[in-house]
Every structure is written in C-alpha cells, then in structure tokens.
Ligand binder design. Structure first.
Ligand code: HEM
Ligand SMILES: N[C@@H](CC(=O)c1ccccc1NC=O)C(=O)O
Length: 285
C-alpha cells in the first residue's frame, strides 16, 4: 500500500530483512565478480570506455545463452523432437533481437570519443570472440581458418575445434528430414562437417514440396521458417555492426588487422541455409 499523498511505498512486515548467511540476490548472481570485471585501461580514464566494455560484455553474456540454447536445439533435432527445437529457436530469435537493438546504445559513441581510447585496445578485436565463432559454426558457417586465432589458448582452440567437427543446425535438420524419408542426398547426411554447406540444386525439390503443401508437414514447414528467421536476424546483426563501425571509425583498418568495414561487408555474402532462400523463387511455379 502507498501512504496517501506521501508518494512512498510502505515496506511490508513480511519482507525478509535478516539475510546474514542466507542466499541473496547478490550472492546468487555473483554480482561482486560480475560488477568488478570492468577494467577501463585509458589513463586518465575516458568516460566512454565503460560503455565500450559493457556493450561487449553484455553481448558476450547473450551469446553465452544463444550457444546454450543452440546446443539444446541441436540435441532435440538429433532426437527428432521438433517441438522443443522450435521453442529453442524462438528464444534464440528474441536474444538476437536484443543484440540487434543494443547497437543503438553503442551508436551514441562518437568517432571523437572513440579515438581517445582506441589505442588501449592494442591488437584486441571482436574478431577474436570465441563465442561469436562458436555460434557461426553452430549455424553452419564453418571455416577452419578461424581456429588459428585461438592458437594461443589451448582450451578455446579445443572447444572451437569440437564445434567445427560437429554437425551444424542445417546438417541436423537435413538428417532429420532424411529420417522422415525426404529425398536428402546421401552426401548431405554423411559428410565432412568441418566444411561449410555448399548450395546445391538437388535440395530444392525437397523444400519446394514442403512449401507447396504446408499442411502436409506443418512441423517441417515451421522449422524451415524458424531457420530463415534466425539467418535473417544474424545478417541484421552483421549489417548493423558494419554500419556502426562505419560511423565510428570510417574506413580505418581494424585493430584486428583487417581492412575494416570492407571485411565486415564481405561477411554479408555468407549464408547459412541457401536453399531455404532459393526455394522462394520456385514456389507456385
Ligand atoms: C566501436 C565499436 C566497434 C568497432 C569500431 C568495431 C570494429 C570491428 C572491425 C574493424 C572488425 C574487423 C576485424 C578487425 O580488423 O578488427 C570487427 C570484427 C568483429 N567485431 Fe567489432 N567493432 C565494434 C564493436 C563490436 C561489438 C560491440 C561487438 C560485439 C561483441 C563486436 C564484435 C565483433 C565480431 C564478432 C567481429 C568479427 C566479425 C567477422 O568475423 O565477420 N564488435 N569489429
Ligand atoms: N576492431 C575494433 C576494436 C574493437 O572493436 C574491439 C576491441 C577490443 C575488444 C572488442 C572490440 N570489438 C569489436 O571488434 C577497431 O578496429 O576499432
């Protein structure tokens, strides 16, 4: 209840106040560690470096959750359990939306502010994000070359190699469809999973059949659309990263050593589920 006119809420008798030795908000969430993990390096400290750090740390936290969810989606697909797999992808999509919207916060960092602390970053770059690379691999953008960046960190290297060697989301979906007697080419079911999926004509009839008669296999149809959503959201993130980078550093080279914006733009040509987009041209024909 609020005290009339006082604009103050009375703290109820029942509210737990003696928390000595008990599990608390801070202890459960390990906030002491979380909130002491921001270490601006500029000296004197530049006001905006904290924004830069927190933008990245929150992105990494959401990526941690995406990986966790995609691991489950991959397992559910392998078990032909499409319902839970779809539920997982719906959550992934919402996290992707969050990551996309977050760019608006960083876009308040001006080029003049960023140059004042950019040099403290040394050769550090988002290119070295292990979790980002894991997600790309889970979604199917396999590239063995990416491992080389993690040679200095044996644990990270081993973890990324494991994901490189495992079937991707698309692989698992195609394998699932094969078990449901769709005409999936044998070399899509068993293949060298360290290679990216390459666009192939012979998958088009499979998806055309699904899209031409949605009611015949609604689950498969829904899953196709979920995958297209996830790909689109991923591309939107890439695009917004590229545009944010462009407005902050223009066409300077990246701290990671790449050409910068041009290198980021090239990633927009990568595709996870090419036939799911290609099939659209065929529908109704
Ligand atoms: C001022 C802000 C930012 C700038 C200027 C910037 C710039 C760049 C550049 C130039 C690259 C290419 C690699 C290089 O040579 O360094 C890159 C890659 C990357 N950045 Fe950023 N970035 C910014 C913010 C972020 C944020 C907030 C994230 C979120 C985690 C992020 C994640 C990545 C990732 C994952 C890559 C690798 C992309 C790929 O391989 O296609 N960046 N960034
Ligand atoms: N590559 C960026 C630096 C950068 O953005 C960055 C540096 C350290 C940790 C994360 C970063 N974010 C994304 O690339 C640049 O060239 O300015």
């Amino acid at each position: 209840m609020t005290d009339a006119g006082e604009n103050r809420r009375h703290v109820e008798e029942g509210v737990t106040r003696d928390l000595r030795g008990r599990r608390t908000y801070a202890s459960y969430l390990d906030l002491e560690r979380l909130l002491s993990a921001q270490h601006p390096l500029s000296d004197p400290e530049h006001h905006d470096e904290l924004l830069f750090i927190i933008q990245h740390q929150t992105s990494e936290l959401w990526m941690r959750l995406i990986i966790h969810e995609l691991d489950e989606v991959l397992a559910r697909l392998a078990a032909d359990d499409l319902g839970p797999a779809q539920k997982g992808l719906s959550r992934v999509k919402q996290i992707q939306r969050q990551l996309f919207e977050q760019w608006a916060v960083l876009a308040t960092l001006t080029p003049s502010e960023y140059v004042k602390f950019r040099d403290v970053l040394g050769p550090a770059s988002g290119f070295q994000s292990l979790q980002y690379r894991i997600i790309e691999f889970q979604l199917g953008n396999k590239n063995r070359e990416m491992l080389t960046v993690f040679r200095h960190d044996e644990t990270a290297h081993a973890r990324l190699r494991e994901v490189l060697e495992a079937p991707s989301l698309y692989d698992e979906f195609l394998r699932h469809l094969a078990r449901r007697d769709y005409a999936i080419p044998a070399d899509c079911v068993e293949r060298d999973f360290t290679e990216p999926h390459r666009r192939r004509e012979d998958l088009l009839p499979v998806f055309k059949a699904i899209y031409d008669a949605p009611k015949r296999d609604w689950e498969a149809y829904e899953m196709c659309e979920e995958l297209v959503d996830v790909e689109e959201s991923f591309q939107l993130w890439r695009f917004r990263h590229m545009k944010t980078v462009e407005r902050i550093i223009g066409h300077k080279r990246g701290t990671g050593g790449s050409s910068g914006v041009g290198f980021l733009r090239a990633a927009l040509d990568l595709t996870f589920f090419p036939e799911l987009l290609d099939v659209r041209t065929e529908i109704g024909r």
